[in-house]
Design a protein around this ligand. Structure first.
Ligand code: ZN
Ligand code: ZN
Length: 336
């Protein structure tokens, strides 16, 4: 089978590998479509501290179960499935309180384990979610990025009263916008970014107002509007202090970033407004929820897709994703 392997940082190859055999409790998925995420690019360039090399990357993928390991019902053969990349132990403290995404022994498919940019991929059977016919094959890999938005919004508990501010109109920001508007019916969603093309995408994804903060500060343009809910999907360490300053009293702030750099905030800036700060990593069993949202028409994954390329052009596809943020949002990889 063909697999996209990062042999070591900066060395990407499409390799011919042996088709893997599912072990007990696993299914093998014949992958049909996958999509590129920022973290795939980070593993390629050696910027993901969790990655082990060589690694088959790809954690957003869809396919059909074509083999099952011992103990898995053979009736699942032929099932159309989206795969949750979060593999957890099931018995540590975080797992016991429904937070497998921060399992003490966390393994992520495509990061710690071989992933879905491959003709075949293995997953625990419980991570392979059967899809309704209403979700087309070519959009099914986008369930995973929406689970990121599902996870953080579950902490933030948005309501129809909220004025939400989303930093960053990349894939993470855009999925958040769709969920805030389409699922929670938030009163107003404001999106800020430095690229006008990305802000146009934000409007297309449901943003009520967009603000380009490349020249005039966000504070000046908000002119006293105090967001009640803020999501940092741009993930720069300078954003948190600004978000705290702009937030309404009693606001909630959600962080998705993974920067190791410090940022300066004071207790007073948080406590005086009794702000709530939430962080969110990956997703905690949110696939069924997102599948239902798509099924009900609350979110539109098709709005994120700008390109489709075959697996053989993976390097061009990843370069496009990385270097052309004005024209490129989600890239779908089609298995040849
Ligand atoms: Zn991702
Ligand atoms: Zn665990």
């Amino acid at each position: 089978m063909k697999s996209v392997v990062i042999e070591r940082p900066e060395v990407l190859r499409v390799q011919e590998r042996e088709r893997p055999q599912p072990t007990a409790g696993q299914v093998r998925v014949k992958v049909r479509y996958a999509s590129i995420c920022g973290s795939d690019v980070h593993i390629w360039h050696g910027h993901n501290p969790f990655a082990r090399y060589p690694r088959v990357i790809g954690h957003e993928f869809f396919g059909v179960i074509d083999a099952v390991g011992e103990g898995v019902d053979a009736a699942r053969l032929g099932e159309r499935v989206a795969v949750d990349p979060v593999v957890s132990c099931g018995h540590c403290y975080p797992c016991s309180v429904g937070r497998p995404n921060v399992c003490s022994a966390l393994q992520v498919i495509g990061v710690h384990l071989d992933g879905g940019f491959s003709e075949y991929a293995l997953a625990p059977s419980g991570n392979a979610y059967k899809l309704p016919e209403s979700i087309p094959d070519r959009l099914a890999s986008l369930i995973e990025p929406f689970t990121i938005a599902a996870n953080i919004t579950a902490f933030l508990n948005p309501t129809g009263q909220d004025i939400a501010l989303v930093y960053g109109a990349g894939p993470m920001g855009l999925t958040a916008v769709q969920v805030l508007k389409g699922v929670y019916g938030v009163k107003q969603v404001i999106v800020t970014d430095r690229l006008p093309e990305r802000l146009a995408m934000a409007q297309d994804n449901g943003a009520d107002r967009v603000i380009n903060n490349s020249e005039i500060s966000l504070a000046e343009q908000l002119a006293g509007i105090q967001p009640t809910l803020i999501i940092d999907a741009a993930c720069h360490p300078s954003i948190l202090p600004e978000a705290i300053a702009l937030a309404s009293p009693a606001a909630r702030i959600g962080l998705l970033g993974f920067s190791g750099d410090t940022c300066a905030i004071t207790q007073q800036s948080l406590t005086s407004k009794e702000l709530s700060l939430f962080t969110s990593r990956l997703n905690s069993r949110r696939f069924p929820q997102v599948i239902e949202w798509i099924n009900q028409g609350h979110i539109q994954p098709a709005k994120l897709v700008t390109h489709t390329l075959p697996l053989s052009q993976i390097e061009q596809a990843m370069t496009l994703f990385e270097k052309q943020p004005r024209t490129c949002c989600k890239v779908i990889i089609e298995m040849d």
